[in-house]
Design a protein. Structure first.
Length: 369
């Protein structure tokens, strides 16, 4: 397998439209790297440039230490799995998986060996004689993956391969693709707009927005240590709350004023705000829904960490209860335990876990640290 390196890579279309700008990412040998972002973020364009399906306007792409900017896709030793499966409807599963090897004139015995091996990995052995129309969506996707596996490329590229599957099949296929990665020790670059796929599948994640890389890190580091407001808001379901506050220094004690309540900031957060010179200025408080508790069931860690809010919407999820809360100035999403009995229009006190909060610059969106 191989390392993939993108050095200052950009894509500029006619008219000066920049789809991708200054992407610098190293995908290590045998790593599962996920490119994630909303529609129009440039993630699929970046993948297509790695594949050679899109030309590169600026920068370099290296595969296994070799610059491939001007190499056609067939010479890059990559295999790509698409969203729409791209199976030949008139061929059975065996012939679909074997097609690329036949074009390259591999001996039939070697083709049979490779297809049988991939079919066993993907549990397709009993389906080799069927045509695509006789397969379920999940089976068709496995055939598309199998067609890539038999080629034994240096790099596997996946372009939103699970988008056409229902929720249950998506969950199953996430697991299958991770198993394949572990078994093959493959280098995989995987594009998705689904942050749950990204968090559950990637060894590392590259978060993109408006053609630029926002942050590259492990799933847990991205979740717990976001570099900016975009990353913090994109990862997590429900997303992080962003609350406009005013910072006050009262005789050496740092408070943030939400407008209806003043929260006393613990030492670590207070040091951050002092270093950033935010006293007397606005700041964006970031707090995830799971770090907001119903005071009836949550013991406050600190004094002055309680907000009073009115319950607007309640969404029971079984093990959890999602709530939309309203203060005089803000809408706040919370995730309470399944034992919560809150009701719409009820006024409640909620506890903010002040050890788990983040502060963002109101103008740049960059996290304060």
């Amino acid at each position: 397998m191989a390392e993939v390196v993108l050095k200052s890579v950009a894509k500029v279309y006619d008219g000066g439209v920049r789809a991708v700008t200054d992407v610098n990412v190293t995908i290590h040998d045998k790593e599962f790297m996920v490119l994630v972002g909303p529609s129009g973020s440039g993630k699929s364009t970046a993948l297509r440039m790695i594949a050679g399906l899109e030309g590169i306007s600026e920068g370099e792409i290296l595969i296994d230490g070799k610059v491939v900017n001007h190499l056609p896709p067939k010479l890059r030793d990559i295999a790509m799995v698409f969203q729409d499966y791209a199976l030949y409807p008139h061929m059975n599963v065996f012939d679909n998986m074997a097609f690329g090897l036949k074009v390259q004139k591999y001996p039939m015995a070697e083709i049979r060996r490779r297809v049988d091996e991939a079919a066993a990995i993907l549990e397709l052995t009993h389906l080799l004689e069927r045509k695509p129309k006789a397969l379920s969506g999940g089976q068709r996707q496995r055939v598309a993956v199998g067609r890539a596996i038999v080629r034994k490329p240096k790099v596997f590229l996946f372009d939103e391969p699970l988008s056409n599957l229902d929720a249950k099949l998506r969950t199953q296929m996430r697991t299958e693709i991770k198993k394949i990665h572990a078994r093959l020790g493959a280098t995989i670059v995987y594009v998705t707009h689904d942050q749950i796929e990204a968090m559950t599948m990637g060894d590392r994640i590259t978060v993109m927005d408006h053609g630029k890389v926002q942050q590259v890190d492990t799933p847990l580091n991205l979740y717990n240590k976001p570099a900016n407001r975009f990353v913090a808001g994109f990862l997590g379901s429900p997303p992080m709350n962003f609350i406009s506050c005013r910072v006050a220094d009262e005789n050496g004690t740092i408070y943030i004023d939400e407008g209806t309540a003043k929260l006393r900031v613990p030492a670590r957060g207070a040091d951050i705000l002092r270093r950033a010179g935010r006293a007397g200025k606005d700041v964006i408080l970031g707090v995830r829904p799971e770090n907001i508790g119903d005071k009836l069931y949550t013991q406050p860690k600190y004094p002055d960490c309680v907000l009073t809010a009115v319950v607007d919407v309640v969404e029971p999820m079984g093990s959890e209860v999602y709530c939309l809360l309203k203060t005089e100035r803000n809408n706040i999403q919370a995730r309470f335990g399944g034992s919560s009995r809150v009701q719409p229009n009820q006024e409640i006190d909620v506890v903010i876990d002040l050890d788990a909060i983040h502060f963002f610059d109101p103008d740049s969106g960059v996290v304060l640290s």
